[in-house]
Write a protein that binds this ligand. Sequence first.
Ligand code: NDP
Ligand code: MG
Length: 383
Amino acid sequence: MRKISLLGASGSIGIQTIEVLRQHSDQFQLLAFSVGGNIKVAQELIQEFSPHVVSVQSKEDCETLKSQFASTDTRFVYGEEGLIEVATLKEVDVLVNAVMGSVGLVPTLHAIENKKVIALANKETLVTAGHIVMEAARKHQVPILPVDSEHSAIYQCLQGEKEKNIETIILTASGGSFRDRTRQQLEGVTREDALNHPNWSMGAKITIDSATMMNKGLEVIEAHWLFDIPYEDIQVVLHRESVIHSMVEFHDTSIIAQLGTPDMRVPIQYALTYPDRLPHPTGKRLNFMEMGKLHFEKMDFDRFRCLQYAFDAGKAGGTMPTVLNAANEIAVEAFLNGRIEFLTIETFIEKAMSRHSNQLNPDLQTIREVDLETRNYVRSLID
Ligand code: NDP
Ligand code: MG
């Protein structure tokens, strides 16, 4: 039995992780989890899994659950301290980090120090502080297993391969909800238009990130840290079918790709069972005859400016990726709340980056300060 703790159990990845745990209940035991404000999901999961520890975002929700489940042995905690407790519970083997945003950083670092295997969906953690996370993982000899489908694909393509033989990493991008629109046609698009992703059903923030192409930008930085690849050797290709989840090209020009149905339970499961594999939850397979053709197009960096900003921030290094990420989190939230236009997301990111004086090799404290300062700056732009 692998003992699991799960951050972000009420989210899109969290719920699909729970499905995988249910499907293979003889292999996994859920010992701890967190939700943000979704208490209903927490209540259901407590009844089903009788976890040791549950964390929620607010003190009030924590008190509510404590009194509701007073007769159980479950311990209730809240806030960042709560996330850390879930991430570091002594009995746990694997932490699945599926929270949204850089709030996942500190709990991940604590989990690494406590020698938990990390199954990482929370890409913002690597974007904001990749050098600190990867250094901690090396120091404590903890594997970071990617859940993000592109990175899971690359991880699979690299099995048995030597890092020194990699020529290029080729990330595929579906193009998001607006892939066929010109910049002009992006003016005035609504929240609902943006939330309508053609291939994947995901949380709201990442669906907007896919529409702005920031998601691919964050994934470029994520790939740089996970696989220790220079930005010059990372390519992005528009591939609208989302069948090839990513590829690795080697010096001898061979390319290895990983293909599959667009179903996040596959990479979640792979991260939980690596290097083993379990049967697919639904058994639905790729059918090449039905598929017929696959398409590939060049990325337009002017049309998708956020992708360019992410490459710029990644190459600049230091605190710049923290600024990119924090500005994006606040701008996307404002777009989702109807406070700014779609194209203003990239305007605010560009503003935040151009005013920032980059600090190289930042420690955790500096990253937290820059993150907070950027959030406040973008909030002031919104107001
Ligand atoms: P969701 O928005 O669906 O879920 C986010 C989860 O995080 C929820 O459980 C939410 O709690 C919790 N949460 C949000 N803010 C906080 C906070 N401040 N404190 C504590 N908990 C918080 O997101 P997704 O599942 O879509 O994505 C999660 C992560 O996985 C992101 O980093 C995303 O980029 C990445 N990812 C997602 C994919 C997908 O298919 N969805 C694919 C690849 C990567 P609550 O809802 O209870 O408030
Ligand atoms: Mg992805």
